[in-house]
Design a protein around this ligand. Structure first.
Ligand code: GRF
Length: 188
């Protein structure tokens, strides 16, 4: 059995999709969700999906080994970021080389970086008159959105598209591809 930990800060729709995708699997298990926001919707999702939740605070996250120990004690094989907004600290990065992945709702290296998250990404895509956008799944490193790219999927953007239509098309791509790439990486 391969064990996954999901890190999430927000709505958690990807977390939910991943949990449900692996719900019946006897090869991959979502062991817990780590969340830094006590008001995040993902907490309700974790509850309703019966996945343990670990709330983390900034001081513990950056100045202790609490979460690292938890990951190790739970024999986590892959850390999956799904809308997690904090930079991963060095102790966790170095303990999980090529074992931490993120999904970004655009075609990196375009529209990445510390301030590019949520709707801002799709707003920038529309403002820039891009003719295509998509998703990027990448390994984590010490910089926002700059780790090695594992997978990208493109969709076209035309003049009838709005920020919302692009957002919902990209979200569908995330739901379709993130669990599959997780499955491939966890099994390799
Ligand atoms: C997704 O668009 C993902 O690409 C980005 O954060 C968003 C998370 O959405 N990293 P949700 O919380 O899974 O609904």
């Amino acid at each position: 059995m391969k064990r996954i930990a999901i890190f999430a800060s927000g709505a958690g729709s990807n977390a939910k999709n991943i949990i449900q995708y692996f719900a019946g699997s006897n090869r991959i298990k979502v062991e817990f969700i780590a969340c830094n926001n006590p008001k995040a919707k993902v907490l309700e999702i974790a509850k309703s999906e019966n996945v343990p939740i670990h709330l983390i605070n900034r001081e513990d996250f950056y100045s202790s080994d609490t979460l690292l120990r938890l990951l190790q004690e739970n024999h986590i094989d892959l850390i999956v970021l799904a809308g997690f907004l904090w930079m991963i600290p060095e102790n966790i990065l170095s303990a999980f080389p090529k074992k931490i992945i993120n999904i970004h709702p655009a075609l990196l290296p375009k529209f990445g970086g510390a301030n590019m998250y949520g709707m801002k990404v799709h707003e920038a895509v529309i403002a820039n008159h891009e003719t295509e956008t998509g998703i990027t799944i990448h390994f984590l490193n010490e910089k926002y959105d700059e780790g090695e790219i594992i997978f990208q999927k493109k969709i076209s953007v035309d003049e009838n598209d709005s920020v919302l239509s692009v957002a919902s098309k990209v979200q569908l791509l995330e739901y379709e591809w993130y669990p599959r790439i997780i499955e491939q990486l966890a099994s390799s």
